[in-house]
Design a protein around this ligand. Sequence first.
Ligand code: ADP
Ligand code: MG
Length: 267
Amino acid sequence: MRQQGWILAVINQKGGVGKTTTAVNLAVGFALGGEPTLLVDADPQANATSGLGLDPRTAPRNLFQWIQDWLAHSSGDLIEPPILETTRPNLHLIPASIDLAGVDVMLASRIARETILKSLLSPLQERYRWIVIDTPPSLGILTINALTAADGLIVPVQCEYYALEGLSQLLQTIDLVRQHLNPRVEIWKVLLTMHDSRTRLAEQVEQEVRKFFGAKVARSVIPRNIRVSESPSFGQSVLEYDPRSRGAQAYLEFVEEVKAYAASCTG
Ligand code: ADP
Ligand code: MG
């Protein structure tokens, strides 16, 4: 087994497709399996932070301050990472805050601005088997940093009419990052989310996405499930809130698929 932990980024520049839900459930799923896991909330909306039941406004330190510290010292080694415990065994969090919305401007003229997150997170791969990054709904500097830091990408695609729209732009961005910043990054899994099996549309979208992405598409499909949408307001993942729900069962299967994929990677 590879010694270093894996860094996964959950990415799609569209909002509301299930990125945060997927990041939270992946992280909780890895942790429930006994593997040390770090969830990194890189979205100014901080939904992953609050989804785990933590208040982004009262966190002592957060990702934004970590980036600021790094810019001030130019060496991540000297700076303690802003890691929070989450009351769950094996699961730690680096919280987000609304200040992250200003990172694009703050970094506009910085050299090597795309590699900051990689520099900060790489040393933590010795401590965590999994580092899962939740990203904002844009292809801005935070998302580029996540792509540059990641070994693998998880791309949630919502089963709705415009599902494939914007994905070619995403693929182009991934290609550019691969050429210039991070040659090993690749899509591990495309995950169909909010699938409503009562509609023909969802079936059509599933077929289209499978045709387009082939074997990259996860076998598990996440159903549209009320328990999934209720769980964040209780500060829990659906795996904790209602482990027997269809949504939780699907996410648990997905966690196993991702673990199996990692095991098949040689890098
Ligand atoms: P993103 O991070 O891409 O913006 P979210 O994960 O926040 O997307 O999901 C958008 C909304 O859809 C949230 O309110 C979330 O609770 C809800 N949601 C996500 N997945 C499901 C699902 N499988 N079934 C029902 N609601 C879902
Ligand atoms: Mg989100």
